[in-house]
Write a protein that binds this ligand. Structure first.
Ligand code: E4P
Length: 218
């Protein structure tokens, strides 16, 4: 399973990368705005800075919502660095643009996916990644984890190569359940990644080992 970090914060990206478990980054316009990144030049420079930290897979989202605009913006984003994956929304023109960008060798991430039918369309269009937002489904009392399982099953049935990028992950149980189902990627905030470290028995066990060592060795 690949781990992506869902943030545009360079410090957090560096921290996750330094942990040695990071395979990529997902951003979106809200996350970029949260970091105060504005203006085309600054946005490009920020994506470049992210690419300079990680080895691959930096999702950069288009703002355009029409076919020509998404393709144009996608191509511009892809020029920033070979690590860029163009993120486009699950709308009619987004699907068409994903097909076009894919045919030109540009990797894509189909975002804002909330149903198995949308995931089928993303795969048919040739998206590199599909991003089902499981936390946002949970927020409206629908089962986000069930959606991941449905997409896994459908993609297995037909051998679709699109990677399932489980998104909107809120806690470690989400992440572990996605791993059990076989999601290809999980993208989550830094805290979810570092929370995986925690178990009280680890802390108790380590304290005991060190205390026993000290008794004998001083
Ligand atoms: C994924 O690519 C999105 O950026 C993200 O996971 C959305 O998560 P949220 O629902 O916590 O905003």
């Amino acid at each position: 399973m690949k781990f992506f970090i869902d943030t545009a914060n360079l410090k957090e990206i560096q921290e996750a990368y330094d942990l040695g478990v990071l395979d990529g980054v997902t951003t979106n316009p809200s996350l970029m705005a949260k970091e105060g990144i504005k203006g085309a030049d600054n946005i490009r420079a920020h994506y470049k800075a992210i690419c300079n930290i990680v080895d691959d897979n930096v999702s950069a989202e288009v703002i355009a919502t029409d076919f020509e605009g998404i393709v144009r913006e996608g191509k511009e984003l892809a020029k920033i660095d070979s690590k860029i994956v163009v993120k486009a929304p699950m709308i009619r023109d987004g699907v068409k643009a994903i097909k076009k960008l894919t045919s030109e060798g540009i990797r894509t991430n189909c975002t804002l996916v909330f149903s198995p039918g949308q995931a089928i369309l993303a795969a048919k269009a040739g998206a590199t990644f599909v991003s089902p937002f499981l936390g946002r489904l949970d927020d409206i009392s629908q089962d986000g984890i069930e959606l991941i399982a449905q997409i896994r099953n459908i993609y297995n049935n037909y051998g679709f190569g699109t990677q399932i990028l489980a998104a909107s992950i809120r806690h470690t149980i989400h992440l572990v359940k996605c791993a059990e189902i076989g999601a290809d990627v999980a993208t989550c905030p830094l805290k979810v990644i570092t929370d995986l470290l925690n178990h009280p028995l680890t802390d108790i066990g380590l304290a005991k080992f060190l205390a026993d060592h000290k008794k004998v060795n001083g």
